[in-house]
Design a protein around this ligand. Sequence first.
Ligand SMILES: *Cc1c(COP(=O)(O)O)cnc(C)c1O
Length: 430
Amino acid sequence: MEYFSTNGRSAVVGFREALLQGQPEDGGLYFPTEIPDLAELAVLPWREGREAETAFSLMRPYVGGEIRDAALQAICEDAINFPFPLVEITPGIFAIELFRGPTLAFKDVGARFMSRCLGYFSGSIGKRAVVIVATSGDTGGAVAHGFAGVDGVSVVILFPKGRVSRVQELQLTRTDANVITLEVHGSFDDCQRLAKTALADRDLRNKYFLTSANSINIARWLPQQTYYFATRRQLPDSEIAFSVPSGNFGNIAAGLIAQRAGLGARSFIAACNANNVVPKFLETGHYTPEPAKATLSNAMDVGDPSNLARIRRLFNDDLDLIRENMATASISDEDTAATIRKVNREVGYTMDPHTAVGFASLEKLAKPGAGEVGVVLATAHPVKFDSVADILGNNIEIPDAVARLNDRERRSIEISNSYSEMIDAIKKSL
Ligand SMILES: *Cc1c(COP(=O)(O)O)cnc(C)c1O
């Protein structure tokens, strides 16, 4: 398998090279030259515990032999070692719970897969691999835990001190020895600026192989197809409308490429919060990036979603074709909170704000009829977002896996938002 850049000005590369580079030099995104036929994977009978096997079958053609089969199998089993339970919330509307991994969000799937692939290739790079990530909360935890204990790779996480949730803070600061957590006195933008400058630092690059474990990396993006196939196989006789809480549009782009490979879903909804540049684009035909607005579903506060480039490429930039294949909705914070309250009161199911945006979009756009079901991707556990307890006026029980983090040593270095302070902290810790 080869990967080309959606901007068309960088060389075509194989899986290893695309994984190591992350983003092509021309600023585009890597995209596979062929989409394999995975229709068979969509109709195999489902048995619980098949998640890793599904991941292996679908990633095998994408890896194109660059990782030995036995090693790829081991990577999948190690990475996807948690289930995706399908729960009927209200008649005809299901949640596929993607938050049963170590950091309670779907990003565990891609981050764990990518980390193990990078570990696999690290011996052939010739320098120690150092992953540098700025996070507003969710990504950093998934990356820190995904890489925990992976040989040959160190991780530097930057997060804005005091601006992440209680659970996110625990996940970011109770990590393994190969993870360096920097707690920055500043904003997420400061963290991003510091990370970008570090990634381009010539001195650091000479010594280490630097990469960002960005969500656009093919090794994070492509394995996300796993749970679409897992859902399809658990609902073999239904027409499925998937509703995907969307920010950077990687998760829904994975669903759409799975659909092209033969998933056999009926439809897709990109569920957005007030950050609605894609709904506006499909409505008007003009794409205008905007500064991100802060909302309850803050992991979706994106004003210029990168993975739209992949969706446009998948449909040859034909706007009508995109409209046919992807509906969109934009849900306000009031409606998000009202949905969390209503579902909790009526059926006792507690959703996080991102999942609630997906559920509300499904209610708005897809009225399930006979043989039709709606499936919302439940992208995070409600306990990760302190707003849910405020909305419901009660506390949510912390799962054991998170509670146990309290027993681990707090490992975090406080720094100001100055570059020299960051470099000193990194050099001392590596
Ligand atoms: C990252 C994230 C999203 C958005 O996913 P994209 O692939 O960026 O569209 C949705 N929900 C949660 C909980 C997330 O962490």
